[in-house]
Ligand binder design. Structure first.
Ligand code: ATP
Ligand code: MG
Ligand code: MG
Length: 354
């Protein structure tokens, strides 16, 4: 029986562990937080920091292959683990995606368009970027941002570049051109050890306050846009010599053009619907990829809408539990806080009468 080591013990690690268990694959989680979502499901939990040398050695010893559930795994930890065991996705995917400047440059080098961007190391860089992009855009920290944290939007009126720059507190940053998109989509793609590639149907994503709220499948895009999105994901995964699941976030502009925003080298929130509406979920596909099992067409069996359950949304759970076709998935977090992802629910459209 194979064992997969997972760095990170959040809800993504938990859902990977659940998918692994269904295939009789064991999981070991490395996570400093004692009562973390993944530890409630995994076979073993190493409670230690992600850069603890002894804990990394133990994780390697207990595992046949190692993966991760978040993109900010310290690069040195990934390199250390890779000396002992195969690490999938490859550590290159981490180093590229951990820095928005490297990430956008890499995407462009793969022939995947992004918003125009400039590195911001001082206030003059920020003012020059604002002048170059007509005063509109987003200032983002290059590293460690998620759920829209570490971002300042410039709308062209009443902006205060000096205050925004000061708020960075010395963190290296990037300024991105504003994209007046028609919609946001994502492609969840998987690549196997043998180079086989499969994509889930693109999802259409709705964000509020920088946090994903709703994903709808199918996305309201043409077949041509969907296949271009898949093509972008395929080029990215090949260029990274990727193994596992990756989420590529894209804007669709008003002319139907695709502009990549960012990618996550892991299972992705906008792919959670796959557990309810596909024969093989993104979590199972990832586990299959990293242990060398065959990847299969996920065979979507229903249209669906996934709602994130964030903070106070927990109050709606009793109603979701009474709703036909709603698959509720909670992450076992004891306390809800504003902005905290507590679970999600996927409502599948019945095809009984169709
Ligand atoms: P995630 O939780 O997805 O990792 P993040 O903190 O990395 O989020 P982004 O994905 O860069 O943040 O941005 C969050 C959201 O802000 C995007 O999904 C989009 O709605 C909006 N946004 C980001 N960049 C731009 C842009 N250049 N133009 C217009 N909207 C943008
Ligand atoms: Mg991000
Ligand atoms: Mg994002």
């Amino acid at each position: 029986m194979k064992t997969v080591g997972i760095v990170g013990g959040g809800q993504l690690g938990r859902m990977l562990a659940m998918a692994a268990a269904r295939l009789s694959i064991r999981t070991v989680v490395l996570e400093p937080q004692a009562d973390c979502p993944a530890a409630q499901v995994a076979n073993h939990h190493i409670v230690a920091a992600y850069d603890d040398a002894e804990a990394l050695a133990e994780l390697a010893r207990r595992s046949d292959v190692i993966t991760y559930e978040f993109e900010n795994v310290p690069e040195e930890s990934a390199t250390r683990l890779a000396a002992d065991r195969p690490v999938y996705p490859p550590p290159l995917a981490l180093s590229v995606s951990q820095d928005r400047l490297t990430e956008k440059t890499f995407l462009n080098d793969c022939g995947i368009p992004t918003a125009g961007f400039r590195a911001v190391d001082n206030l003059d860089d920020l003012k020059a970027a604002l002048a170059a992009f007509g005063g509109r855009g987003v200032l983002k920290t290059r590293r460690f941002g998620y759920d829209g944290k570490g971002q300042w939007v410039f709308s062209g009126t009443e902006d205060d570049p000096a205050a925004a720059f000061a708020a960075l507190a010395g963190a290296p940053a990037i300024f991105e051109e504003w994209i007046d998109f028609e919609r946001e989509i994502s492609v969840i793609a998987a690549r196997g050890l043998d180079g086989a590639l499969i994509c889930f149907d693109p999802a259409e994503n709705e964000h509020r306050e920088g946090i994903l709220r709703v994903s709808r499948v199918p996305a309201r895009i043409t077949d041509a846009v969907a296949s271009e999105a898949r093509g972008h994901a395929a080029r990215l995964l090949s260029a990274l010599d990727y193994v596992g699941v990756l989420g590529l976030e894209l804007f669709v502009d008003r002319e139907g053009g695709l502009i990549a925003n960012e990618f996550a080298p892991r299972v992705h929130n906008s792919g959670h619907w796959s557990e309810a509406a596909c024969a093989v979920s993104q979590f199972e596909q990832h586990i299959r990829a990293v242990v060398g099992l065959p990847l299969v067409d996920p065979a979507r069996i229903a249209d669906c809408v996934m709602h994130n359950i964030i903070g106070d949304d927990m109050e709606k759970v009793p109603d979701w539990l009474k709703t036909a076709g709603a698959r509720v998935h909670l992450y076992g977090k004891a306390e809800s806080r504003p902005g905290r992802k507590m679970g999600h629910v996927t409502v599948v459209e019945s095809r009984r009468n169709g």
